[in-house]
Write a protein that binds this ligand. Structure first.
Ligand code: HEC
Length: 186
């Protein structure tokens, strides 16, 4: 047994000596690294070509609006025409349905797994004292822009205009039929 482990150790030694840490083998080969200078007289990192780095970043929230309170007061600049509502519906299906469900009542498959249930976005919401119909468009915009306690931020995935399309969809499609139905039963 002793002999065997000695043999193993001997076998492993050269490998250890040459390649430690071996997880870096691929990175540490003789090759030019990304952004590394090929000019041996000027080693180090190549300067970035002009205008190749996006300075404004991807999250648009800080450009659009400061915080949720400011978002609350925003006036929806996108008219809720068919085109906007259609686009909003498509985006809602991608980004919101997993939690809020197709109907918007909060019965999405992912939402089921959350400790804090996604709020019902339709007018039938009885999860909190305020009526979904009564909060301004800016509130929905703010939720998407800054996220909630559990709800993720969508300022990276959706441009401000796309967020307003989603707002229009929630207003015209998710909240409208329930309002009409509720009005009928009254
Ligand atoms: C990962 C699950 C998840 C996704 C995806 C999600 N939400 Fe939410 N949402 C929540 C949860 C949970 C809440 C409860 C409040 C909180 O998290 O602070 C919520 C609350 C809201 C509220 C507040 C409603 C109220 O009555 O106060 C709005 C508006 C909202 N979401 C809109 C959206 C929109 C629009 C999308 C798609 C862009 C979306 N959410 C995607 C989980 C999600």
């Amino acid at each position: 047994m002793k002999k065997l482990s000695l043999a193993m150790a001997l076998l492993l030694t050269p490998m250890l000596a040459h390649a430690w840490p071996w997880s870096m083998d691929m990175a540490n080969q003789i090759s030019i690294k990304p952004q590394e200078s090929v000019d041996s007289a000027n080693p180090g990192m190549n300067p970035f070509p002009k205008r190749s780095v996006p300075v404004s970043g991807t999250a648009t929230s800080s450009i659009e609006v400061k915080d949720k309170d400011a978002a609350f007061k925003l006036v929806n600049p996108v008219p809720a025409d068919t085109k906007s509502v259609d686009m909003g519906g498509r985006l809602f299906a991608i980004y919101c349905v997993p939690c809020h469900g197709k109907s918007g009542t909060g019965d999405g498959l992912v939402g089921e797994k959350l400790i804090m249930k996604p709020f019902n976005l339709t007018s039938s919401n009885d999860m909190h004292p305020w009526n979904s119909k009564d909060y301004p468009d800016g509130y929905i915009f703010g939720m998407m822009t800054f996220g909630g306690v559990v709800m993720p931020v969508y300022a990276i995935d959706l441009s401000p205009t796309e967020r307003w399309h989603v707002v229009n969809y929630i207003r015209k499609v998710l909240q409208a039929p329930v309002t009409a139905a509720a009005a009928k039963t009254k």
